[in-house]
Write a protein that binds this ligand. Structure first.
Ligand SMILES: Nc1nc2c(ncn2[C@@H]2O[C@H](COP(=O)(O)OP(=O)(O)O)[C@@H](O)[C@H]2O)c(=O)[nH]1
Ligand SMILES: [Mg+2]
Length: 346
């Protein structure tokens, strides 16, 4: 899963990136240009830990999340134009965006207004998409004049334009951009959006303002970054003192899975216990393809046991005796927590 961290200058993007990826400082590329910085973190999952204990001696491979931040203007406010053009270039391949909005008083920018900042960024995405749509529509009407049939794509794009003209993100009507004819576009305002409200150190409340067509959660960025630098025990004490429950990393990842409608399944191989991330409802044969195209092509059956059933049984042999290990076919929809042994033939 790839999450792009976006937001206005000094909203705390780099601070939150550092908290999530346990880094300190900012990467300053030569020439003072903005550059994408990637951080890869394992998805914390107690189920992988338990499986790892059951099958000890094997390698434990958690699912991974990649975060992207644009860095290079430490402490300064990036020029809006430069930032947006970098964002368009680098953020398009991301699965979803995390928009950081400032909700603390800044020494340079003053009092916060999270709703205004959110709206401003949302508008940038809407304007960028509108430009894409209009350019394509112009091209299509030229082709139409030459006699090509452009009907469905044109209608869909016109519907997009109406939505965007009304200052609504394409997320507001997802079936539009999911249509086959529009698959080739990567519209920014169609990507799922998690709003990270970056609060000051002593405020844990979510501001009571609407963030249209997005999910919102509070992260105390500076506090979390400081915590991420501590040892496990120190962080525990710190969390208690500040009334912080789960770490931001855990909460952000969980919200992102929910937002993107993702689930995790597990495989136990000869040498490793591994977690895989897939869209909810994916058929078993396609889930197999996430591991290897050979397994998808030569798919015969999936031997499946639910994590909770295996956990209750204690081990695989007992689960089998209890009848909770099942054989499933190609179209079985993989569920969160399934432990799967694919049988295939190539
Ligand atoms: N008080 C406070 N300051 C923060 C918080 N998060 C970031 N800052 C400060 O705001 C400034 C900009 O943060 P930075 O992460 O560089 O923002 P970016 O431009 O969005 O990457 C820095 O001086 C941070 O120390 C926070 O949660 N609380
Ligand atoms: Mg930054």
């Amino acid at each position: 899963m790839k999450l792009g961290i976006v937001g206005l200058g000094r909203s705390g993007k780099t601070t939150i990136f550092n908290a999530l990826t346990r880094r300190d400082g900012e990467s300053i590329p030569p020439g003072g240009q903005l550059a994408p910085v990637l951080g890869v973190v394992p998805v914390p999952d107690p189920r992988v830990d338990w499986l790892d204990q059951l099958y000890h001696g094997r390698k434990k491979v958690n699912a991974q999340v990649t975060y992207m931040d644009l860095q290079g203007m430490s402490g300064g406010v990036e020029s809006r134009q430069q930032y947006m053009s970098m964002l368009l270039t680098h953020m398009r391949p991301m699965d979803a965006f995390m928009t950081v909005v400032r909700n603390f008083t800044d020494t340079v920018l003053g009092a916060p207004d999270p709703q205004r900042d959110f709206r401003e960024l949302q508008d940038e995405f809407i304007i960028a998409d509108l430009a894409t749509v209009e350019k394509r529509l112009e091209k299509l009407s030229l082709e139409e004049k030459k006699g090509r049939k452009v009907g469905v794509e044109k209608e869909l794009l016109e519907a997009c334009a109406r939505l965007l003209d009304a200052e609504k993100p394409l997320r507001a009507q997802l079936d539009l951009t999911r249509a086959q004819e529009l698959k080739g576009f990567t519209f920014l305002s169609a990507k799922p959006l998690l709003v990270i409200v970056n609060n000051g150190d002593d405020d844990a409340a979510l501001p009571r303002v609407p963030f249209d067509y997005a999910e919102a959660m509070v992260v105390r960025g500076k506090l979390e970054m400081e915590m991420a630098q501590l040892s496990e025990e120190e962080a525990e004490a710190f969390r208690r003192d500040f009334g912080v429950g789960e770490s931001a990393l855990d909460r952000v990842i969980r919200s992102s899975y929910a937002l993107l409608n993702l689930v995790t399944f597990f495989t136990v191989g000869e040498d490793e216990v591994k977690a895989w991330t897939i869209p909810a409802g994916l058929p078993a044969q396609e889930a197999a393809g996430v591991i290897h195209s050979d397994i998808q092509r030569g798919f015969i059956r999936a031997e499946v046991v639910a994590y909770d059933d295996l956990r209750a049984a204690g081990d695989y042999a007992t689960a089998r005796k209890q009848g909770t290990v099942r054989l499933e076919g190609k179209t079985y929809r993989v569920k969160d927590g399934d432990i799967i042994n694919f049988r295939f033939n190539v």
